[in-house]
Design a protein around this ligand. Sequence first.
Ligand SMILES: Nc1ncnc2c1ncn2[C@@H]1O[C@H](COP(=O)(O)OP(=O)(O)OP(=O)(O)O)[C@@H](O)[C@H]1O
Length: 295
Amino acid sequence: MTPTVALHGLTKSYGNVRAVDGLDLTIRPGEVVALLGPNGAGKSTTIDMLLGLARPDSGSALLFGMAPAAAIAAGRVGALLQSGGLLPDLTVREIVELSAALYAGHRAVPDVLARAGLTDLAGRRVAKLSGGQQQRVRFAMALVADPELIVLDEPTTGLDVEARRSFWAAMREESGHGRTVLFATHYLEEADAFADRIVFVRAGRVVADGTAAQIKAQVSGRTIRATLPGADPGALAGLPGVDEVETRGDAVLLTCRDSDAALRALITTTPAYDIEVTARGLEDAFVALTMEAVK
Ligand SMILES: Nc1ncnc2c1ncn2[C@@H]1O[C@H](COP(=O)(O)OP(=O)(O)OP(=O)(O)O)[C@@H](O)[C@H]1O
């Protein structure tokens, strides 16, 4: 099956900043993928190349097996970008109608306005909208072509908690209809809650790719906490499955790649007690993956 998105070896530099550095990514039809990464990781630059808005220095971007511009002209892609320009003098309805007119097989404008929560604002001029309301207009413009692929660059920036919730509810409906969704975010909760798959980008490269659970497992392992007066950190570091040892007073903290092996050894070879084993969360994974960039 032809992938919906196929990025191969994408590279882009601005001056001496390598914004995207040999990035590969394949997305299959119907996947909901989060492009997650810290500020400056290269998410927006990747999306710009994926949409044909920026030219890669090397590598290729194909949507549905064709050049991005052709896929977009065919109405197969809807995009919500961070700072998409809106014509301030048009009303909400007019701007969505204008977007619809670009595509032969577009959706009915009233339906799209309803989906984006804009029905009550349809007659208002764009200049009079709040930032969050303008974001909803961008969302409506992304939906109106009836696209198979929706690309969203930090779609909930500037939205309050309630608006964010209703945005994701609307998106969930859209993906439920089989659309492929790619969204960039630095909100872990959004990636965890909404994406089937998280692609973690750092310094222009993919450093982890999988479900939230797989990413947690890939980077985090588990932590064992125990009370062990007079602990010998060197001996603990030598236990099977242990990566790092920290001592705080009588407490020891073992970061483990194999907590089962470490726990077995800890119990049988030391008098440790009050033992707790915890799985580290996506938050820890995010920090760990981000910190590696600094090394
Ligand atoms: N037009 C540009 N000119 C110069 N440098 C740029 C330009 N666009 C991006 N960069 C640089 O490229 C790197 C990647 O930026 P990009 O906007 O793609 O990251 P991002 O992951 O989307 O970040 P954020 O989460 O902050 O939006 C950054 O170091 C940024 O400063």
